[in-house]
Design a protein around this ligand. Sequence first.
Ligand code: GLA
Length: 376
Amino acid sequence: MLAQTPPMGWNSWNTFGWKDLHADVVQETIDAFISEGLKDAGYEYVVIDDTWQANDRVDGKLTWDEDRFPNGIKPLADYAHSKGLKFGIYSCAGTHTCAGKPGSFGYEEIDAQTFADWEVDFLKYDACYIPANSHNPTLYKRMGQALRATGRPILYSICEWGNHQPWEWAAETGGHMWRTTGDIEDSWKSILEIGFRKQIGKHPYAGPGGWNDPDMLVIGMHGKGNVAAGGCTDAEYRSHFGLWCLLAAPLMIGCDARHMSPLARELLLNPRLIAVNQDPLGRQGYRVGQVEYAWEMMDVWAKPLADGSIAVGLFNLGDTRTQKIPMSWEALGLHDRRPCQITNLWTGDDLGVHTRSFFAEIAPHDSLIIKITPQN
Ligand code: GLA
């Protein structure tokens, strides 16, 4: 059974885009998964995005761009497997991919079989150039059936940008994750829009086997790469990772994993945050409430965990001042007098036993992720 917890891995798009994707990058990223400890932390799928393909099919089949992938695709999948990792690829439900390469429309069975022959483990399936009057759920179902018919377990990642409410139908087409929004950019504005605003109310649709996908991580991009948009501060990247973990979002790294910054390592490899994301209960976090003080917003998000504790994020979304963000037991469904032990999940520090409420002072755009464990 695939995707019983949110998928974890890396995808080439955020950093390498259409221009800089090459076999060397992929092979070196696979090596970095081992040397940087990403594999040990749970990251598994190495996924190549658009522009791996040649411009034309050969005998009706997709084939690779020989300049970029001189030895083809299968050796890379084999290399990933030899390191205990999984390999993913990209195609599109339309006649062409977003980069104008051949799409899978009308070739679903052939392409699914090609991917299975190459021992691919993951398909990201995009939505450019879908012919007018086509019905997205039908097209995604066709590919879902074609993948199943190969007999190979291939994780199916649906990318139609949330245009047709995929959270309502993507799981039925065989999807294991589905984008809920357009593309993320490396900016706080984008994280606010895609992460905080557009995920509100989506939590009932996610769970083991099928996850809402607010797009790949921009942590560690620091204003460089294909989705550059000014970059984020350390506090903003911290809030981004904290929120994605609470959202039970797929954790697909988007930075250059071969050259991670110290901050990217610190965030992406935090075992307590990853454990929240991968918690077996599989509940997606929801927004408990929003507080406004002097025209600045503060969000509280909560994710119930399998052991009866609750992971909570206190986020200062305001731009100018440090805020005291309060969180009451009542808002979380806990009895006021219930003693609860609180742990800072970034550091592991014990913040003591509290009743009724807890608050923390949070700098602009920063956050604190805590675990609240009710005591008997
Ligand atoms: C779309 C997707 C992106 C990426 C590009 C590739 O924009 O949303 O994630 O896959 O296409 O062309």
